[in-house]
Every structure is written in structure tokens, then in C-alpha cells.
Design a protein around this ligand. Structure first.
Ligand code: ADP
Ligand code: MG
Length: 389
């Protein structure tokens, strides 16, 4: 069992003794509502049963010692709870350090060091939010080790704050929220403008959620991500001259069509259109699920991909190939890119009896066209962060 393996590894690296806790925080997949979370729109993510395991023990001194089984070549990386700041040499440890820094900024300074070992069974840098998983996991561990009083929702906000301010990644709230608030069998319908949310049961009779990982690293993705944010902000400012809104998420499709001539650039019209229509699609998709209309849910997923491909332009040949090959398979209810795009993963709803064919056919078509293999994960929706032992 993974839980025993990570504990054994911790003892091998950091030694026996003391009180050792084993923890887990999930990864997440967003079913629909992409690039809406920084536009005041809705998202519909769920936590997974795969994610990041953490093993931790308090220290008597102020030292921090970190080890990741996913980055064994880096060995133990050391630092201190004093003077926390991002450092290039600190590599991945900038994520847990960022969370400790963020706790301090919120009036919960960590005074004592710890040993921390991580192991993730989700792919890194692929859009399943391994970074947010590490952040929420770290927050949960700090709460448990040092007795801070924080809710899971606080852990989401602290995680986002640290990723924004410490790691310099301008992410919205979706990832950390989906992970911190995860509930088995449910997706979270979240209004990113107000943080109001409801849980919606995902009842897929005779079907599975399949994640296809393109193995294309994001590369230019981060700069493009910031460019899209900027385009949407500019479009919003142009619209605000003619209509009283705080975010693109407040507009219906009809209102957008009525006011869009205020946006003085064709590209920005397309970007804003995606933000508005995708938000409305997300609202409709959740309604469809409530009515047990999985077919309509799938069609909305497909439309989401088309919009991300043609209007928002964040897909690329790898994600398009995975999705377009998926659409050819009998028994695929819906398929779209998920996460920020430019690489990373797609999410598909696939009938049980078509899953094997899906993996075989999409896999071989992808490899033939792109030149390297994709990975496939048949996933289950799991709970939020927790202590395992
Ligand atoms: P994503 O969040 O989509 O997986 P990011 O680029 O935002 O991609 O985050 C990936 C980074 O998060 C990794 O490069 C690493 O720095 C950190 N990370 C994620 N999982 C782990 C892990 N198990 N151990 C150590 N670092 C991790
Ligand atoms: Mg991330």
C-alpha cells in the first residue's frame, strides 16, 4: 500500500522516532468551466482519488528538510522557517515553503521546523493541479502539526495566495478550492465571484471519467495564460463603458451579443465570448446533470472544447488530437481539454464497455500523429485532504 511505502521511505530518509503523520490531498479535474475562474464565472471541478501523499514530523529546531519521491535526484533540500523567500535552488520546495510563508502573512507564523516527504501519483505539470495538491496538503499538515485553526476553505485561499505571491503564478481559486473542498462522488459547482458553492452528485450510469494526458509540457503556456487574462481584463474594461458589470461572468449570451461592439478588437471579442458562453455552458451543464441528462452534459463538454480551440485558442495540436480522436469513438459521451491548456490533459466521459477501445484507439492515433505516447487514467472522484495515520 502507498501509505506504508511512503512511511517506510520517510524513515529511511529522515530516521525513525517521534510522532510521524501520514496525509493525503487529492488532485483535481475540471469537468467544465475553463478559463472562467478569473473572469468571475462558474467552474465545475472534482477532487480525485489520486493526488499527493505527505509524511511529516515536527522538529525541535527551526530547520526544514524536504524530500520528494517524485524528484529523488534532488535529494534532501534544506531550509529554515526564518526568512522564507522563493529561491531558484529550492526548486519544488518553494511550494510548501510558500504555504508556510502564507500562514505567517495571515498571522499564523510557523516557529518550529519539520521533516516532510512527498509522493504524488498524479502527473506533474499536466493540468491535474499537482501544485495546488501540494499546497493544500502542506496547509493541512501545518494545521495538524502546529494546531492552527483554519477551515478547508481557508486552506484553499491560503494555497492560492501563496501560489500567486510566493511562486508568482497568477492562478484563480478553482484548483485549491476543488482540492480542499473535495467530496467523493461529487463535483463542486463554484461561483468564483462569490465563492458560493454546491455539491452536485456525479452519477454516471455505466460510464467512467477518463483522463488522457498529452505528455506535452506547457512550455509557453504560462505566458499565454497571462496574455489571456490580460485580454479578458481589457475586454471587460471596454464593456464597462456601456454596461454596469464587475466581471464577464455577469453577462448572459444575449447581453454579450448586445454589448460586444464596445470591444474594439476582434481577438478580444473572441476571448470575452468564450468567457461569457463557457460560464453559461457550465450553468447549463450542472442543470443537465440534475436532470440526469448525461448526454446533454457531454454535448456541452464538446462545445466547451470547440470554444477553447477556436475562440480562446488555448488547445494546440496535442489536445485537439486527443479530443477529436475521442469524438470518433462510439460510446464517448463527451470529451474536452481540461486545465489551462497548451498541453496537459483532456477529460472524457466514456461508456464502460468502450473504455478499452478508447484507450487503444485514441492512444495509437495520438502516438502516430504526435510522435510520442499519451497516458490514460480511469479516475474516481474522491474526498478532500485528510490524515491517513
Ligand atoms: P500542475 O499543477 O498542473 O500539475 P504546475 O506546474 O503548476 O503543474 O505544478 C507542478 C510543480 O509542482 C512541480 O514541478 C513541482 O515543483 C511541484 N510538485 C507537484 N507535485 C509534487 C510532488 N509530488 N513532489 C514535489 N513537488 C511537486
Ligand atoms: Mg498548478
Amino acid at each position: 500500500m502507498i501509505q506504508n511505502d511512503v512511511l517506510a521511505k520517510f524513515k529511511e530518509i529522515f530516521g525513525e522516532g517521534g510522532e510521524i503523520g501520514v496525509y493525503f490531498a487529492p488532485g483535481r479535474v475540471n469537468m467544465i468551466g475553463e478559463h472562467t475562474d478569473y473572469n468571475g464565472g462558474h467552474v465545475f471541478p472534482c477532487a480525485l482519488t489520486i493526488g499527493t501523499y505527505g509524511v511529516a514530523r515536527k522538529r525541535e529546531d527551526k530547520k526544514l528538510r524536504f524530500y520528494s519521491m517524485n524528484f529523488e535526484e534532488l535529494g534532501v533540500i534544506e531550509s529554515s522557517v526564518e526568512g522564507l523567500k522563493p529561491e531558484k535552488e529550492a526548486d519544488w520546495t518553494n511550494y510548501p515553503k510558500g504555504v508556510m510563508w502564507a500562514f505567517g502573512e495571515k498571522g499564523m507564523k510557523v516557529e518550529q521546523g519539520m521533516d516532510l516527504l512527498l509522493f504524488g501519483n498524479i502527473p506533474n505539470g499536466s493540468g491535474l493541479s499537482s501544485s495546488a495538491s501540494v499546497e493544500v496538503l502542506t496547509g493541512y499538515i501545518l494545521k495538524d502539526l502546529f494546531g492552527f485553526e483554519v477551515t478547508n476553505q481557508d486552506l484553499a485561499l491560503i494555497g492560492q495566495f501563496s501560489e500567486n505571491k510566493f511562486n508568482g503564478v497568477n492562478c484563480g481559486i478553482m484548483d485549491q478550492f476543488a482540492i480542499a473542498m473535495g467530496k467523493a462522488g461529487h463535483a463542486i459547482f463554484l461561483d468564483t465571484a462569490t465563492l458560493e458553492y454546491t455539491y452536485a452528485p456525479i452519477k454516471l450510469e455505466n460510464a467512467k471519467i477518463v483522463i488522457s494526458c498529452s505528455n506535452k509540457k506547457r512550455g509557453l503556456g504560462d505566458s499565454k495564460y497571462n496574455e489571456r487574462r490580460q485580454e479578458c481584463e481589457t475586454a471587460l474594461a471596454e464593456l464597462q463603458k456601456v454596461v454596469d458589470i464587475k466581471s464577464l461572468g455577469e453577462l448572459t449570451e444575449e447581453q454579450f451579443e448586445q454589448y460586444k461592439s464596445a470591444i474594439k478588437d476582434e481577438i478580444r471579442v473572441k476571448r470575452a465570448k468564450h468567457a461569457v458562453y463557457e460560464n453559461q455552458r457550465t450553468i447549463k451543464a450542472v442543470e443537465a446533470l440534475k436532470n440526469n441528462d448525461v448526454k446533454l452534459f457531454g454535448e456541452l463538454m464538446n462545445a466547451s472544447h470547440v470554444s477553447l480551440r477556436d475562440d480562446y485558442e488555448v488547445t494546440g495540436i496535442e489536445l485537439d488530437t486527443l479530443v477529436e480522436e475521442a469524438w470518433k469513438i462510439q460510446g464517448v459521451i463527451g470529451s474536452r481539454m481540461t486545465g489551462a491548456g497548451f498541453g496537459g490533459c483532456t477529460v472524457s466521459i466514456v461508456k464502460d464497455d468502450a473504455v478499452d477501445t478508447f484507450i487503444k484507439e485514441v492512444g495509437s492515433a495520438y502516438e502516430k500523429k504526435i510522435g510520442y505516447a499519451a497516458d490514460f487514467y480511469v479516475v474516481e472522484i474522491g474526498d478532500g485532504p485528510r490524515k491517513l495515520a
